[in-house]
Design a protein around this ligand. Sequence first.
Ligand code: HEM
Length: 189
Amino acid sequence: MANRWRDTGLRYGLVTRLFHWSMAILICWQFSGLVLGRLFGRSGLTDFLNSTHGSLGATVLIMAAARALWGFYNLKDRPAHERGLLGHAARTGHVVLYLLMLAVPGLALLRAFGSEWGLTLYGLQIVERGGENIGWMIAPARLLHGTLAWTLLAMVGGHIAMVLIHRFVWKDEVLNRMAGPARQVTPAE
Ligand code: HEM
């Protein structure tokens, strides 16, 4: 029973899957308003999708931190990457995804805490408008928030492309580790 929640050498467990798929939905929501706005201009739909930008970003930050801790806790029990260059690339890609999921919202929140615009999260006024602008808190996000966010989108695209190649070209088990049955069924069951 415990195996359903924890990762094993063959499968990701339910906790990891919950993190993975719920964050996939949140990140998809986050980018859908931004991408639609870029492609077709501002509309009621993009205003609606973007109205949750800060709160949704803060949620992604909290979940990415919790997910990273859970990942470290399960590190020895997770499905291993394959050997060689491809395995190295996959490992590096996952580490970069984690760093971006932390840095993109983290830098934006730092900027919000140090700027005159104030910050409202989940409907709560966290920082009042009209404070002073603190240069070192604002500069990193001004420089990097957008660029790193689009890099994150590109990395997510690459991640999905690789999963599809694993599934339909190499026809291996990689997608099943995150989407197949969470528990390994043994012949004794
Ligand atoms: C998963 C988390 C996040 C993602 C993926 C994300 C993504 C983006 C993207 C793609 C842009 C547009 C950049 C452009 O126009 O080229 C943007 C802009 C912006 N975001 Fe975020 N964001 C996240 C979290 C946050 C958070 C937590 C805040 C603040 C509370 C925030 C505040 C802003 C602001 C103020 C802008 C407009 C100014 C700018 O481009 O830097 N974002 N974000």
